[in-house]
Design a protein. Structure first.
Lengths: 293, 530, 315
């Protein structure tokens, strides 16, 4: 049954270039997504070197300057360079996306695994809790959580991560339930392995594929949730150049006077989420045999 | 020659004015106004925001009002409203009003002197009027007692002479409330004597007022109704105005930048950019390090480039001044010559900053050892923007500040607890008058005196200026008081904001004053030329 | 079947009880209460006045007492009074529900009407440029912040038509009413449409590979007839799934869309109520939304059973 993971590696030929060519033929959209993500991650990691100007320095003379050679994407009301802020903003988005997804998926997976494995009253409790959380609108929960924790980067990550938990927990739980009945698990138990060892050695690795698929799918929605939170005045606070915040402030004021302040951050958000979605699709195709053509 | 030309121009203007008056004002129509947020309640006496003041001022009358034809709200331009005449006693300690006869509340009950007494007994705190809150109690610090003499005469008895009392009574925040309507109802369904009757207030959605057919001023108002739609997103509101879905914006809501854009799209749109009676200032906590150190306070003051604030936030439209609104719009602000002599207001910012750096070096700070600091502010765009600029300026004197944005629900609680180092604050003042500004914000123990600045010597001068009859001499004294406030760093004022109000040219009879946004929303003279 | 429904209904009550406790506690954790907000608008705090408000509203009572008052009120049909407007909560919420319901309904309609046909086309023309184009379109739908899309639409409207479709209280005709809501509905429904498109495509692909389709084709049925017949049958499941998945998520989109297009519905109102710490309003609104979500989920599950006989529920 570990063939589930192996399907991705099952391919003809050798060598990295060959692999890439193969992947590009097989998942052209997925490779497109990967390229977008690479650019995004590169910008985030090397922001200090890539950004031409300091993202925090205000400059009265450049206030609302339109795009030009100096300011590739123009400047905002404070005269801060939008291009540089966008690049540094990639860092914030990446931190939010990765942080929230890891946190949410991690907790969700652990809960799902435990609840599927332990069963009984614990399982019931987790399931009821998941139901409660799922019947609260995601944005509302995030709103209330950021409101209580206060606006900051870590708090935003937590607020976005918590609503992710039940979804992940449910998927993992149902996976575990079906895995438990699998012959290879039964066999492992028959050899006298303890329940926990079976869970960790045999069951957990096999939940990895769906977990990865789910997590990639959620990367995008975490970025979108951060944007929505910022749009409503919560989320990552100034002066941090969060794309969502940049967009929300300009959306309120500069839709006409300085459209570049509305267009570029929105475009960046859409593009990165688009990239994660392409990548997520390709991953799902590769890892989930049912979806393969 | 120039004289003749000017004379002819004057004649032409008078002629035009005559023609304008001769053209009959049209009756009817609904005035549609954009509104920015949900008014906390409909009770003007309980609120201190334009969100309540502008929509509901037209439900009420005052005792007296600012002359709508005067461009500036001032003591010598006050005209009758519910009071037909008024007179100070010989010792200037009693102000007696004769009231208009035959005025009726919107529910049909007659208006009498008892209503006036009730209203001011309530806002002065002498009687528990069951208000949830009473934000302007300090305005009436000087009112000892209110007495009536028959239904049409009421007298305000004062501790000390106070010419400015009339100014406060004339403001939009001083309507006369009916005695027979409980405060709780005034918060949800206000009853007044004004030209418009309250019809409906849908939370976060709309406000509707309708013409009062029995208004005491014959032939007024012209409009059938006024409707406010609450549109939280400013871009949407402006787009809707330009698209012709609205006739007027909430006052002060159109930034100078947006005014330019609106005019570019609709050249005939009327827009007035004027001081919004709000100022950005710094709340410095002198009890908490590092600001218990006067030298660091001074270094911070030297780092601030007021012109940069004005340039960034408004393309140089915002006024620079002290506590009092700067001229030419304001009456009590420093003249430019006087301002140049106040420390921190000099033109050479680089020189000031160098001085600031010297101070900081002396304390052991430098480019490699910045002083860490937290700048707290409210999570509202106006506040945040100013705070971001402040942080950028502080870097020039080796202060590495971090922004802490606080939810509105926590902000004032934090201020009261003194749980902050330096706060970027934006505050409004109802009326351009020193009695309001000084007593509200700088009096020892006043509720709005967040930083608990207390200077008994200066406070004597507050009272002295309040009693002065000679307004010219009073202004000179106020200048000195203001200078002292800035020198003490009581609440360093960074900028005085301006905001635009836009309306379509067919909206006629709208008269605004340049030194207040709060006092001209009776709408009784407004008509639609459509 | 009946025992399954009864079991689900019992679970629903447990869930709603959990939601009530969760939102009640969450709101109390949020710092600041209505008294702070009221004084915020006045620019000062008078401790005595503040204390009076807290006592008047019963906020000084212990949490179990406050919770009990709310829940027992709910059972009596008494939702309490809004702290801000001081009017009955029911009078504030009821008129706003139809507005949001209409918007959500139109959005779902838009999503179904555009998502299903495009998904079918995409599947039938699998791995052609048309398919790639449509997949990219559907992915963009899932990638754009809905308020950004809304703003772009508004900007375009102003640019090309000189007017914008924002809410008017009394639209003259039914047609005007549709016109007014259709743009925001499209903005918020684009996401759901993209989701339906994807699900329709993948379930179509699955079906097209099935034996009986091959049989049908080999029997000489035209390609069009085969596709149409199976398309309709297979479109139902993705639509149902989407409705189930999206009800809770749609609320988020509705909140920002109602803000951008200034539609006075429940969604935007909820955000304002949270900001004002208007506990009775938030608690009852969230309960209402949770009720809608659980009921919709139940209906979706039942619909699954009806549509797809392969699915059986029970122990």
């Amino acid at each position: 049954m570990s063939a589930r993971v192996d399907t991705a590696i099952e391919r003809p030929g050798n060598g990295v270039l060959h692999d890439i060519a193969y992947l590009a033929r097989r998942y052209p959209l997925g490779v497109g997504g990967a390229v977008i993500m690479l650019v995004f991650v590169f910008a985030a990691v090397f922001a200090d070197w890539v950004a031409p100007l300091d993202p925090f320095t205000t400059n009265p003379r450049a206030s609302l300057a339109p795009p030009s050679g100096v300011h590739l994407m123009g400047a905002d009301m404070m005269g801060r360079d939008v291009f540089s802020r966008m690049i540094h903003g990639a860092r914030i988005s990446l931190a939010v996306a990765l942080g929230a997804t890891f946190l949410g998926s991690g907790f969700g997976a652990a809960l799902g695994l435990a609840s599927g494995y332990v069963g009984g009253w614990f399982d019931l409790l987790v399931q009821r809790l998941a139901e409660v959380m799922q019947s609260l609108p995601l944005l509302v929960m995030a709103l209330v959580i950021t409101a209580s924790l206060g606006p900051s980067l870590p708090n935003t990550i937590i607020a976005i991560a918590i609503p992710l938990i039940p979804n992940v927990a449910r998927v993992i739980r149902s996976n575990v339930l079906s895995l438990r009945e699998m012959p290879f698990v039964e066999a492992a138990k028959a050899t006298g392995m303890s329940e926990w060892r079976v869970a960790i050695i045999h069951v957990m690795p096999n939940t990895l594929a769906p977990l990865i698929v789910l997590a990639t799918a959620q990367l995008g929605s975490t970025i979108l949730t951060e944007a929505s939170l910022s749009f409503l005045g919560l989320g990552v606070p100034e002066p941090w150049p969060s794309w969502g915040r940049m967009l929300s402030e300009s959306a309120a004021e500069y839709v006409r006077t300085a459209p570049w302040l509305v267009i570029f951050p929105g475009l960046a958000i859409s593009l990165v989420v688009f990239g994660t979605n392409l990548l997520g699709d390709a991953l799902r195709d590769a890892l989930d045999p049912r979806e393969r053509d | 020659m120039a004289f003749v030309a000017r004379l002819m121009l004057a004649c032409l203007l008078i002629l035009c004015a005559g023609l304008d008056a001769a053209r009959a004002q049209k009756q009817g129509g609904v005035l549609r106004v954009t509104h920015r947020d949900n008014p906390p309640s409909t009770s003007i006496h309980e609120e201190a925001t334009i969100s309540t003041d502008m929509p509901f001022m037209s439900v009420f009358n005052n005792l007296v009002v600012f002359d709508p034809d005067s461009k500036q709200n001032r003591l010598d331009a006050i005209v009758p409203d519910l009071a037909t005449s008024w007179k100070y006693s010989d010792d200037d300690r009693t102000l007696t009003f004769q009231l208009r006869d035959g005025v009726k509340w919107h529910d049909g009950k007659p208006f009498t002197s008892a209503d006036v007494k009730c209203t001011w007994d309530m806002v002065t705190g002498k009687v528990d009027g069951k208000m949830r809150k009473n934000p302007r109690k300090t305005w009436w610090f000087n009112v000892k007692e209110i007495t009536t003499n028959g239904p049409l005469e009421v007298a305000f008895h004062l501790n000390d002479p106070q010419p400015s009392l009339l100014v406060m009574l004339a403001g939009g925040f001083s309507p006369v409330y009916p005695c027979h309507v409980p405060a709780a109802q005034m918060r949800t369904h206000p009853i007044g004597t004004g030209p418009f009757k309250f019809v409906e207030f849908k939370q976060n959605e709309s406000i509707r007022l309708e013409r009062n057919p029995d208004y005491w001023k014959p032939g007024r108002p012209y409009l059938d109704a006024i409707e406010y739609d609450i549109i939280a997103n400013r871009s949407t509101a402006i787009l809707a105005l330009v698209a012709g879905k609205f006739d007027l914006t909430l006052t002060g809501e159109v930034t100078p930048e947006l005014v330019k854009d609106v005019k570019a799209q609709v050249p005939q749109m009327q827009c007035l950019v004027q001081p919004s009676n709000t100022q950005g200032n710094l709340l410095v906590n002198r009890e908490r390090p590092p600001f218990d150190n006067a030298r660091i306070r001074r270094a911070m003051a030297l780092a601030i480039d007021r012109k940069a604030f004005s340039d960034i936030l408004s393309r140089g439209v915002y006024n620079i001044g002290g506590a009092m609104l700067a001229p030419p719009e304001g009456i009590w602000g420093w003249s430019p010559e006087f301002m140049a002599t106040v420390p921190g207001y000099g033109a050479d910012v680089e020189k000031s900053r160098e001085e600031g750096r010297q101070i900081m070096r002396g304390l052991g700070y430098g480019p490699d050892k910045m002083l860490p600091l937290k700048v707290s502010t409210r999570n509202i765009a106006d506040y945040r923007d100013a705070a971001v600029i402040l942080i950028d300026h502080l870097k020039t004197v080796f202060i590495q500040a971090e922004l802490e944005t606080l939810d509105s629900a926590v902000w004032y609680a934090r201020l009261v607890r003194k749980d902050y180092s330096v706060g970027m604050n934006v505050q409004g003042t109802g009326i351009d008058d020193p009695d309001v500004m000084l007593f509200e914000n700088y009096l020892c123990g006043s509720e709005r005196n967040y930083t608990a600045y207390c200077n008994p010597e200066l406070e004597k001068l507050f009272h002295q200026q309040s009693m002065m009859k000679d307004q010219e001499a009073r202004r000179k004294l106020v200048w000195e008081i203001d200078r002292k406030l800035q020198e003490d760093g009581a609440r360093p004022v960074v900028y005085q904001s301006q905001g635009g109000t836009c309306w379509w040219p067919y909206v006629k009879g709208l008269k605004l004053a340049v030194n207040s946004i709060y006092n001209h929303w009776r709408f009784e003279d407004v008509w639609l030329d459509r | 079947m009946l025992s399954y429904i009864i079991r689900r209904l019992l679970l629903m009550i447990v869930t709603l009880f959990g939601v009530s406790v969760a939102i009640f506690l969450l709101l109390r954790i949020v710092p600041g209460n209505i008294a702070d907000i009221l004084f915020d608008s006045a620019g000062l705090i008078d401790p005595a006045e503040k204390q009076k408000i807290i006592v008047d509203l019963g906020l000084d009572k212990s949490l179990p007492v406050q919770y009990g008052q709310w829940i027992f009120g709910l059972f009596r049909g008494d939702l309490g009074y809004s702290y801000v407007s001081e009017k009955p909560v029911i009078d504030e919420i009821l008129p706003r529900i139809p507005i949001t319901a209409r918007l959500a309904g139109l959005a779902l309609l838009f999503a179904v009407c555009s998502g299903v046909p495009l998904g079918v086309i995409s599947a039938v023309r699998q791995n052609t440029w048309l398919d790639y184009g449509l997949r990219i379109l559907s992915l963009s739908g899932l990638s754009m912040p809905s308020f950004w899309l809304g703003l772009l639409i508004l900007m375009a409207f102003v640019h090309y038509f000189g007017t914008i479709p924002i809410y008017e209280r009394q639209p003259a005709t039914y047609w005007a009413w549709i016109q007014m809501l259709v743009i925001p509905a499209a903005a918020v429904g684009f996401r759901s449409s993209a989701l339906i498109m994807r699900l329709t495509r993948s379930s179509m692909l699955e079906v097209l590979r099935q034996d009986y389709v091959r049989t049908a084709r080999s029997k000489g049925l035209s390609e069009g007839a085969v596709t149409f017949d199976h398309a309709l049958r297979n479109a139902v499941l993705p639509v149902i799934t989407t409705i189930g998945v999206e009800t809770a998520f749609l609320m988020g989109g509705l909140i920002v869309t109602e803000t951008v297009f200034n539609i006075p519905g429940v969604a935007r109102f909820l955000v304002e109520a949270i900001r004002w710490r208007d506990y009775p309003m938030v608690q009852n609104l969230v309960m209402f939304i949770a009720l809608v979500v659980v009921v919709v989920n139940l209906i979706v599950d039942l619909a699954y059973m009806l549509v797809d006989p392969r699915i059986r529920y029970g122990q």
